[in-house]
Design a protein around this ligand. Structure first.
Ligand SMILES: [Zn+2]
Ligand SMILES: [Zn+2]
Length: 790
């Protein structure tokens, strides 16, 4: 667009106004505009607003053209522009360009700047003895530093962050004002003279506190070197940090945390160390070094220095690089006599299922019994946000946990919705606030069965609504009558006097996937949604379902045959119970098999009777439970101590297969029901004839993939417009299964949708709930409250 000269000004002076939305605050966007304006000799101003950035520039038409091009083309690396509009304005007198104070009180926004790992320029300064921020643990600039977790309100300005507690010194203020400085209008900057301080405390009766920054960090590093466990305050909360090469230390950590088997993330100082510990693809290296600094799950190399207690039974390891300058300094000896640590376990500072601890008092109370010491600082964390977890699968990097650096980024909805707050599920809870075409999927909250997670939910939900200035007009919840999230949602609906809509669990999974792929509301798809448990429309426990439809509705068209879940939740913790249930359903004699051998004869008889008579044994069509049963049948895992442990270990075993076992098969019944009896009998025959368990584990994965493809083909025969298959639910976090299923479906010429940015597990369902509820409200399909979804 070319602007016409403005009447009343000189013939060649024009003025233009820009409204920019997206992630444009706290990412150096205003300084970028300022520098561009100066480069092109333009006058005017730029300002943060509630919905993004507004600016006006005035000068020669050609200069404004170049400015317009460079505004987006040369935007700062962390900025992400969603929309921008340019309008002509009358020219005004003026000779300068200025960054104005933020405008507030306008339309709400969902864009919050993400937390960003220390950038390369800041790290160079951190290591430069002549720099005034040498070894300063709070070094940051417009390109890096904490954002989301320290924000109290928007627009993003220092006064609305935890940094408001620290007044800039003269030198920092000069940089803040200098248009040529990397710290021009950087809201989080600090230095040793004006910034936060670090403290080191020892647990127990004798409390020592180091008063200077460097003494505290040195003390923490020495404690780690001596095999101690240190609670270290990071960006989104405390981590428990320990020497990753020490068996004794990790045994202590696991015992104190009550976490015998769940894999522990390992922080390494640099990419070179990561390459020694794991096989990294280019995609894995990009993920590791991204500004989000997620935990990246990669194939572990055998025979490294790392303790065997990091990921027992698994062939993968979760690695992460330091994100805060303080974490960098933990690896860097203060003196030549210090021992440098090659790798540190860096696991969330919380009790299982609870949100991350963010303040010192809670850290002393909750982490004191686990940690030997604590390394903290006095910059307040406002929002607990766990590290993101990703895994390279094929050519994609798949997000398993959308936490630090990712959670605040709005998800674009394929249609506009009224303001909806969706409460997600009970495990891996996240909530979703959607309005217009944007949806904000929250950081992980924890497991809502836990009181502290519920409190964090109340705080987080309120803070989010306040921060974004959005008042929900409807609430969306899971259909499970016993879910805490559903109870909280009903309560909230009453308090806000707004309708509460229920969305069936697997429909929400599928809808989240459709949003992620921007599938519009008129395109029906086949959804293979496999997980542990979700409440079905018939009141039974679903988990191996084929749904067909879209946002409005997606009824079940096929699925696994239900088998008893003997003992209810007890069967979830004990895969051997599910193995017995499937053996019974398949009519197989249990004698001599490893799974029944896990229990006493009495226990075994009780479970078999429970299953046979349906006592305390709700029927379930769960694919997650079938993975459990097979893991136990193959003697991989009989009792679990963390979610999905049996399936994760079964996948690891399948990857070691060197020989192929005879194929296993599901039975397809005419009504869409898929039986596992023949498959279970095939597995037992294989075991009894001495087949390699790894080969059988692989054959099982292949059978599930083939079953998805054949079921999808059958559904397409009935309705030829069904050309896309979506894969969702926690079972598809299994990278091997996911790859095999994509292969099988592609061979049948299906378009395959699978999760990439939104978790396949319950961390993603709040987004799907918001989309389904929003769609129904928008289309008048569901004006009444509490109607179920499929
Ligand atoms: Zn920086
Ligand atoms: Zn300063």
């Amino acid at each position: 667009m070319t602007l016409a000269p403005v009447a009343g000004s000189t013939a060649t002076t024009v003025r233009a106004r820009f409204e920019v939305t997206g992630v444009v605050q706290g990412v150096g966007f205003r300084p970028h505009v300022h520098r561009l304006a100066r480069r092109h000799h333009l006058t005017g101003w730029v300002s943060n607003t509630d919905h993004g950035v507004s600016l006006e520039v005035q000068g020669q038409p050609a200069a404004i053209e170049r400015f317009t091009h460079e505004l987006a083309a040369d935007a700062p690396p962390l900025a992400s522009i969603s929309t921008w509009a340019k309008t002509q304005r009358p020219a005004q007198p003026g000779t300068t360009f200025e960054i104005r104070a933020s405008e507030t009180g306008r339309a709400p926004t969902l864009a919050v700047p993400p937390d960003v790992a220390a950038c390369a320029a800041c790290l160079d300064e951190l290591h430069d003895p002549t720099n005034r921020r040498y070894r300063h643990p709070f070094i940051s600039c417009t390109d890096c530093g904490p954002r989301t977790t320290i924000v109290t309100g928007l627009p993003f300005d220092r006064s609305r962050t935890s940094m408001a507690d620290f007044e800039l010194c003269g030198a920092c203020r000069a940089e803040y004002r200098d248009v040529d400085s990397r710290r021009h209008h950087a809201q989080t900057i600090a230095c040793p003279d004006c910034g936060p301080t670090v403290s080191f405390h020892r647990s127990g009766p004798t409390t020592t506190r180091r008063r200077t920054l460097h003494a505290a960090i040195d003390a923490a590093r020495r404690a780690l070197g001596c095999g101690e466990i240190v609670a270290v305050k990071g960006i989104g909360g405390f981590h428990l940090v320990a020497d990753a090469t020490s068996d004794a230390t990790l045994a202590r950590l696991r015992e104190r945390k009550g976490r015998p088997d769940k894999p522990l993330a390992v922080m390494i100082p640099d990419l070179a160390t990561a390459r020694l510990l794991a096989s990294l693809t280019p995609a894995a290296e990009v993920a590791l070094t991204s500004p989000t600094r997620p935990v990246v799950i990669v194939p572990a190399r055998p025979g490294t220095e790392l303790s065997g207690r990091i990921a027992p039974g698994l062939d993968t390891i979760g690695l992460l690089l330091p994100s805060s300058p303080l974490q960098h300094l933990l690896f860097e000896p203060g003196s030549a006599t210090d021992r440098s640590l090659p790798a540190l376990v860096c696991t969330s500072g919380n009790r299982s299922g609870q949100p991350m601890v963010i303040d010192d008092a809670a850290a002393r109370r909750l982490l004191g019994p686990i940690a030997d010491a604590m390394c903290s600082h006095d910059r307040t964390i406002h929002i607990a946000c766990d590290d993101s977890v990703v895994q390279p699968v094929g050519n994609d990097v798949v997000v398993h946990r959308r936490g630090k650096g990712l959670a605040p980024q709005p998800v674009h909805l394929p249609f506009p919705v009224p303001a909806v707050l969706a409460l997600g599920g009970d495990l891996k809870n996240t909530f979703c606030l959607a309005s217009g075409r944007d949806a904000l999927l929250s950081q992980p909250i924890g497991d809502l069965a836990d009181e502290r997670a519920q409190q964090a939910w109340r705080d987080g939900g309120r803070a989010a609504a306040e921060r974004h200035g959005i008042e929900p007009t409807a609430i969306a919840i899971d259909a499970h009558p016993g879910y805490h999230s559903a109870r909280l949602g009903r309560l909230l609906g009453r308090n806000l006097n707004c309708p509460v809509l229920t969305v069936q669990h697997h429909h929400a999974h599928l809808a989240a996937l459709l949003v992620e792929h921007e599938v519009d509301a008129s395109t029906p798809v086949i959804g293979a949604v496999f997980d542990g448990t979700g409440y079905g429309t018939d009141g039974t426990l679903w988990g191996g379902e084929f749904l067909v439809g879209g946002y409005a509705a997606a009824p079940r068209r096929a699925g696994l045959a239900a088998v008893p879940l003997p003992g209810g939740t007890a069967a979830i913790r004990a895969p051997w119970r599910m193995a017995l249930s499937h053996l019974l359903a398949a009519g197989v004699d249990t004698a001599g098999l490893p799974a029944p051998g896990q229990a006493s004869a009495v226990e075994r008889d009780i479970v078999l009777q429970q299953a046979a008579r349906g006592m305390h044994s709700p029927p379930t069509s769960s694919m997650g439970r079938l993975f459990d049963a097979v893991a136990s049948l193959l003697d991989v895992c009989h009792e679990i101590t963390y979610e999905a442990q049996a399936a994760i270990e079964l996948e690891a075993l399948a990857r070691t297969a060197t020989a192929t076992a005879p194929p296993l098969r599901f039975e397809h019944h005419r009504d869409g029901v898929v039986g596992a009896g023949e498959l279970v009998r095939g597995l037992v025959d294989g075991l009894r004839s001495g087949a390699d368990p790894a080969g059988l584990a692989l054959a099982f994965h292949q059978a599930v993939a083939a079953m998805v493809a054949s079921t999808a083909c059958r559904l397409r025969t009935e309705a030829p417009q069904l050309t896309s298959v979506g894969l969702s639910g926690g079972v598809f976090q299994n990278a091997l299964l996911s790859e095999l299923t994509v292969e099988a479906l592609t061979a049948e010429r299906f378009r395959v949708l699978r999760h990439r940015d939104i978790p396949a597990n319950d961390g993603g369902i709040a987004l799907g709930q918001a989309a389904v509820a929003g769609y129904r409200l928008q289309h008048g399909a569901d004006r009444q409250t509490e109607r179920s979804s499929t």
